[in-house]
Design a protein around this ligand. Structure first.
Ligand code: NAP
Ligand code: SF4
Length: 675
């Protein structure tokens, strides 16, 4: 019987020789465990947990087909008997838990971060320091064989199939594109010739693994770089891949070197599914839609519109391994939604750390946490003061352990700093976290008391445990004249949704300074939810070569915004590795002026007087001045509790405000309850 809410998502997909039980695919994403055999058990636990959560098909992080194709010098390649044996336990365990699993084969080509990188031509990428060697014809043929051999190895290791990474600017994609393929031999020149490397890989792989093995090819639908494929070339290539023997196509959007955001929080939900839909009309094999799909109703609507046959999500399964089960049980409100922040997943990987998830610190640490959730035998009464990320995550963990929890919040709604984040254009998904925390606390029987500022100790005296999670308040930069009416602390400016004026100066260029600048640029509008606006804003034209419009987008702001910092360091250095460039680019192209190395002298009705690096004092005229000078802990209750000799715990920003972020706050809240 069809599922009442998600009939398409829960329909099985018969691939002829095998059947996928539903249309959910956990997309490929590196965790950091892939590269060390002694960490394979952790990778297994991570996948098994997602398989238990009901996902139909899992695709692993990328494995190189040979040593030259490794992303980093010590990354794994799937080319040894040792590798086959090591993965057999993993595949068996995932399949026993009910999912199918495919291994991704990824040759990094010129994106390799080592001096022996190879590519079709000797052209360095703008995002790596190494110039690749151009592959001689013999090496091209050997690499094709290595792909086929690695796929066979995957079959022997028990995988249900492989995904060949042919997009995002990696080697196979580099052969396809005239941007990176300047060869004069049979592998270069015409589009027909440039396709052959990919097609030969698919043919050789199919020949080696036989018919009853899934071959997914990740094809780039929009390159989002100059010199990218045209829409008709994408169709020609997709049809040739079908003939060559692929089972499924997966959608790829953008090269890694593209300067257009494709997965950041500012990308509207499901922004690229229509591009998959256009290709699907021409295909016989099923196709997978990807990028910024993080809610079951959105996934269902993409399938219902006929834009895709399967939906791939990677980060949403880090955020909630039970995404599928909760959808199936019509408990979508209880899904811990991925907010596309990248802070604990991709940023960690780019820093050489293990992946985790900001909203779900359990991700990739399954074995560490599982037993900590065992119910307590001594249930306590716990008061949590403050309802930001630290307080709410702690409340859930205490409740899961079997304690009785009351959350006190002085305002009329939950969320703390996340509430402010929801007001920034491109961050509206942060609402989903607040929704999740609230639903989960209510479901687990926790009590939420709003509009109560706990400043008398009698309220908390009756509890066994008191947790102070009051968060932070803005740091006072103490600039003479800051009490004038056109000066605002950032929290008031955002909370009261003050209309941005024509000339704005922002004091402090941390994450909050950047957020406030973005708010001011867009005048607080919610236009980020609109895919058409996003496409126009970033110069995307899905009918143009490479998906890029020839008309430069007009993004200059009518407002004059100036961002100031005292240090001489690079602006936005504290922003995330994988998203900081987007925020910097967005502000620069909108004409935001950034001045470093300043000293603040005084604020007057005309604006702010600063001393620059040249020691000259100048006035920056401004109608509004916003103070974003960091935060200090909000601990007014602490002293009273100490005086009354009541024990308490401090977590999140209330414990340490310096560079507090939600990742640390959520983890601390959870650890307090569980460890
Ligand atoms: P922050 O990152 O510590 O930045 C504070 C800014 O204020 C700095 O630019 C600092 O620069 C300036 N400042 C510090 N003391 C000052 C003083 N006494 N007078 C004048 N200026 C002063 O704090 P935040 O921006 O409030 O962000 C808080 C946390 O949230 C951070 O961990 C941040 O990464 C995170 N966050 C991240 C994002 C994002 O990634 N998009 C967005 C929002 C928040 P100078 O000392 O050079 O002047
Ligand atoms: Fe999503 Fe952020 Fe978690 Fe990554 S860290 S999975 S982007 S919520």
């Amino acid at each position: 019987m069809a599922h009442p809410n998600y009939p398409h998502l829960f329909e099985a997909l018969n691939l002829g020789f095998t059947t996928l039980k539903n249309r959910f695919v956990m997309g490929s994403m590196h965790t950091g465990f892939e590269d060390h055999l002694n960490e394979l058990n952790r990778l297994k636990n991570y996948f098994v947990r997602r398989a238990q959560g009901g996902v139909g098909l899992i695709i692993t992080g990328g494995y190189a087909p040979n040593r030259l194709g490794r992303l980093t010098p010590f990354a794994a390649s799937f080319n040894s008997k040792k590798m086959i044996r090591a993965h057999q336990n993993l595949t068996k365990a995932v399949q026993a838990a009910g999912s199918k699993i495919c291994l991704q084969l990824l040759h990094a080509g010129r994106y390799s971060y080592h001096p022996f990188s190879v590519a079709p031509s000797r052209i360095r990428s703008p995002i790596t320091p190494f110039t690749p060697f151009a592959m001689p014809g013999l090496l091209v043929q050997m690499t094709i064989n290595d792909f086929a051999k690695a796929a066979m190895n995957a079959k022997e290791a028990g995988y249900d199939g492989v995904e060949i990474m042919g997009s995002e600017g990696y080697l196979v994609h580099q052969f396809l594109s005239k941007r990176t393929n300047h060869r004069k031999d049979k592998w270069g020149g015409s589009f027909e010739n440039r396709m052959q490397f990919a097609l030969e890989i698919v043919r050789a792989t199919r020949k080696r693994v036989g018919q009853n093995f899934i071959i997914i090819f990740r094809i780039s639908l929009l390159d989002l770089v100059q010199g990218g494929s045209t829409p008709s070339e994408v169709i020609q290539f997709a049809l040739a891949l079908e003939t060559a023997g692929v089972t499924l196509l997966n959608s790829g959007i953008g090269w890694h070197e593209s300067r257009v955001p494709t997965i950041g929080s500012m990308v509207p939900a499901g922004a690229f599914s229509s591009v998959t839909g256009e290709l699907k009309k021409r295909l016989k094999v099923p196709i997978i839609a990807v990028n910024r799909i993080n809610r079951p109703e959105l996934a269902e609507s993409i399938l219902a519109k006929g834009e895709a046959d399967l939906i791939s999500m990677a980060r949403p399964f880090l955020a909630d391994p039970d995404f599928v089960l909760k959808s199936e049980k019509n408990q979508a409100e209880e899904i811990n939604t991925c907010i596309a922040c990248n802070q604990a997943c991709l940023d960690h990987i780019f820093q050489g750390k293990k992946a985790s998830c900001l909203v779900n610190p359990l991700a990739c640490e399954e074995e560490k946490w599982n037993e900590l959730f065992l119910k307590t035998k001594t249930s306590k009464r716990v008061a949590i003061i403050g309802s930001g990320p630290a307080g709410l995550s702690s409340a859930i963990a205490f409740l899961e352990k079997g304690h009785q929890v009351t959350v006190y919040e002085k305002s009329d709604s939950l969320g703390g700093q996340f509430k402010l984040a929801t007001l920034i254009p491109g961050k509206s998904d942060y609402r989903e976290s607040i929704r999740y925390w609230k639903t989960r606390i209510e479901h687990l029987g926790g009590k939420i008391v709003l509009n109560q500022n706990v400043n008398d100790i009698e309220t908390v005296r009756a509890f066994d445990e008191v947790v102070i999670a009051c968060g932070v308040k803005p740091r006072d930069p103490k600039i003479p004249g800051q009490d004038l009416p056109h000066v605002y602390f950032y929290d008031r400016f955002l909370r009261e949704q003050i209309k941005p004026a024509s000339r704005i100066v922002i004091i402090g260029a941390g994450g909050v300074g950047f957020d406030v600048a973005t708010y001011a640029l867009h005048a607080g509008s919610d236009e980020d939810r609109n895919p058409a606006h996003f496409m126009e804003h970033w110069g995307i034209d899905t009918h143009a070569p490479g998906g890029l419009s020839t008309v430069k987008p007009n993004v200059m702001s009518p407002r004059k915004i100036t961002l100031l910092q005292r240090s001489d360091a690079k602006f936005g250095r504290t922003l995330g590795k994988t998203t900081g460039w987007i925020h910097r680019l967005e502000l620069k192209r909108s004409g935001v002026k950034m001045i470093a190395g300043v000293q603040y002298e005084k604020i007057t009705e005309q604006g702010i007087w600063i001393k620059g690096k040249d020691q000259k004092t100048t006035l920056i005229e401004a109608d509004q001045i916003i103070l974003c000078a960091g935060q200090v802990s909000e601990v007014s209750l602490v002293k009273k509790l100490e005086e009354a000799n009541i024990k308490f715990h401090l977590i999140g920003g209330a414990k340490l405000a310096s560079e507090i972020d939600a990742k640390r706050a959520i983890r601390e809240g959870m650890e307090l309850a569980l460890i």
